[in-house]
Ligand binder design. Structure first.
Ligand code: FES
Length: 303
């Protein structure tokens, strides 16, 4: 077989290989990025070429879809084809089929997400049911500050105005994440001071609905600045450092009704029992192992 024949066979084999959906999507993304980096006049020409080719494709696709809709058998084949992800993407890009409400809502949220994230917030779509989009809001989208309300309104209007099938938005409650402390860390042995436990003071001295601050020094010489929060007689010990910028928390505002503490410096709000930050996803106060033994509060500062 000549070199030319081998090359021709390889080209035929390559041409017949079906590109995957991911490969096609990647090629489109790469081309869009490359076009965006062109000089303005070249970009304009590329955009015009793209629009002209798309117009030809759309005209052809509309004709194909119309003809397939006409017969019972061909209509069944059309519906099967529309379930294929590449065909669905192609037809929806040309506005010939509408994406389902969930896909459409997720696309709309992709557009508003950068704005939410630039303010420390985020949104996830849980489901769309009977025209209602159920979403979870995170970080700065939660709470009752003006900016939280503005971000929530942004999500709501993007979904209601951008997705015809959605008429309302419901915000779901976020699940608190528990703080895990190992059982070993909680065990107080007979030589507790040697195990890093330090007596902080009498539990009865920690005001209900408030907090007390302690400068603790372990037998090893390790030191810790600690606050103990008392919400309805439930005590929790944290390092006296906000998860935002590490500033002290001992002047935090405690809201016993909601079980929260709010840092006085920049207003980040935390679940007082778990230390989970309700203002910024993923941020967490450092909780320390704590026991009440004979009315005395013991805190382990070396874990
Ligand atoms: S240091 Fe606490 S909110 Fe900034």
């Amino acid at each position: 077989m000549s070199t030319t024949t081998v090359a021709a066979s390889a080209a035929t084999a390559d041409a017949s290989a079906e590109p995957t959906f991911e490969e096609l999507a990647r090629r489109v993304d790469e081309a869009v990025t490359a076009v965006a980096e062109l000089e303005p006049s070249a970009r304009k020409a590329a955009d015009e070429l793209k629009a002209a080719i798309e117009a030809v494709h759309k005209a052809g696709l509309v004709t194909i879809v119309r003809r397939l809709r006409e017969g019972d058998e061909t209509r069944a084949a059309l519906f099967e084809l529309v379930d294929d992800p590449v065909v669905h993407l192609l037809l929806s890009l040309h506005g010939i089929v509408r994406p389902d409400p969930t896909t459409h809502a997720n696309r709309v949220l992709v557009e508003v997400r950068p704005q939410l994230q630039s303010h420390g917030g985020d949104v996830t779509l849980d489901r769309v049911e009977d025209g209602v989009a159920y979403v979870r809001l995170e970080g700065a989208c939660n709470g009752c500050s003006m900016s939280s309300v503005t971000l929530r309104n942004l999500v709501e209007s993007a979904l209601v105005e951008g997705v015809p099938a959605i008429r309302a938005v419901e915000v779901l409650k976020n699940q608190p994440t528990p703080t895990l402390i190992t059982l070993d860390a909680l065990r107080i042995g007979p030589s507790r001071e040697k195990e890093g436990w330090v007596r902080a003071g009498a539990a009865s001295d920690i005001p209900e609905g408030g907090m007390s601050r302690f400068d603790l020094v372990a037998e090893s010489g390790d030191k810790a600045d600690v606050v103990v929060v008392n919400i309805e007689q439930r005590l929790t010990a944290y390092r006296n450092e906000c998860a935002h910028e590490g500033l002290p928390l001992d002047d935090a505002i405690i809201d016993t009704a909601n079980g929260t503490l709010t840092c006085p410096w920049h207003g980040f709000c935390f679940d007082a029992s778990s230390g989970e930050c309700l203002s910024a996803p993923g941020a967490q106060l450092e909780q320390l192992p704590m026991r009440v033994d004979g009315g005395e509060v013991w805190i382990r500062i070396e874990t």
